[in-house]
Unconditional design. Sequence first.
Length: 536
Amino acid sequence: MVAMAKPTRRLFLRGLGGALVAAPFLGSLEERRAKAQGTPVPVPKRLIIMFTHYGCLTDRWFPANSHGPLSAEDFAGTSLEALAPHAGKILLPRGIRAMNEWTEDNSLGQGNILGIAGSYFTCAPVSPNGSNPLDSGGSQFLPQPMAASLDHVCAAQLTPDAPPLVLRVSGQSDDDRTSVSYSAPAKPFPGFGDPASALVGLRRLPGGGPESYAAVRGQSVIDLVHDDLETLERFDMSASDRRKLEAWKELLHATGGIESQECFPDLVTPLGLTDENFEAYGAVTMDRVASKITDRSDGADLFSNIAVLSALCDPARVILLKYPGAYTFHALNLDLPNNYVATRTGGAGLSGACVERANDMILTIDRYYAAKFAHLVQQLDQIDEGEGTLLDNTAAVWFQEYSDGAALNLNNMPIVQAGSCAGYFKSGCAVNVDGGASDLHRGNSSAVCEVAGAFIEFKQTGTPLEFGNAPINKYFCNLMNAIGVKAGPDGFPALGGTAEVTHYGMYDDTRDFVSGGENPPAINNPGEFRELRAGS
């Protein structure tokens, strides 16, 4: 047991057990200490990323209004309809381009069709790089980005003793075509692919580091946090807090094993992180993402709930929910992997005859992802924290690998954010950062394959090149500044930095990727998107 000189959020919430017993009275203890020291109450700011592959039907995903206030009605009929109840806390940053777009002539990125995922959160080229974009030989494989990814850059400053929490939804291992998290150049970070293991990885028990799942199974929360509770009881607290503590101890005694506990039952609906649900997830062999675990949740929800628990308990300020690539959603009644659904051809070909129900299958996947993001948002928004909710102190962002999965275009990226990150961002609106027009082109995703057998040509379903080209690097700068990452004198994020982050990545122009890293690094448009800031 580590001695506590004063109550701190990190020590109270250093593991699952501490989180379960601390929440009802943590607020007043923090307020007492802060008031005594004349400092404001610290509220952690978090970044939760949900990442999916292969894009979407952009013209059905985006609301028609690309710049201005959003209401629930704006989401009606779109793929994002599940987010309508949360319209007031949604920010749609429009007009953004990601880097390293694959083309047949190498004009917008490297000649490596597999390099997009690795470049996404690094804004750096991948190596090795094939000079022939149509060559399917050895140069196309084993691409590794030449920089660490955003999640690790942020975590290195915010939680230097812990990496970001990376959750591989479905348990499927990533490879060089689908990995997006890199702890260093050419070093993919696997994270957790099993919810029970992820839960154990977050738990730090008194007197030691992470324990095995088997070692703690069956122990009660009281057993695991006995010493912390005794120390906590010695603190000066209000009579109301004292009553809450006693009531909480009685609840913990009554509810038994740690895996069957509800996380803050008086504040949030049960997270369902139980032995029964973990075992149900483990029993699913064909489709762990969308298969029902309970009447109200599926396999993906287990990972989202662990992300919520981690945000609340604070072992990680940066969390990545990584959905699988080349994955068949059997539970959604689909019999093609999602990469072949995205091409509309039923295979890897980017031109050819549209398969039957091509657009409907993409729409099914789009709506499923939107429902999973809505579940995450709802869980975050049910937990009170400070003057708002856990969601209000978070930036939860759903990113997609492409804009359209047949065109493989990276302009007009579909990005949706929930939460203002403690008032840093605007909310309840769309903001077109590439000119401010309220009718930004939504792409041509549905234009071809409404009828089976129609011929689709590469790039035909994308967004015209003149629309949506503001560099994603600037939005990454927004996110880093919002959660407290600092930069050195050159504006790049740096340990020990004190300045605002204005630069990120090697390049912010997709045409610079053509060189495969031979061009000098260049950030041509530094800074963040100020128009996304609250009050701007």
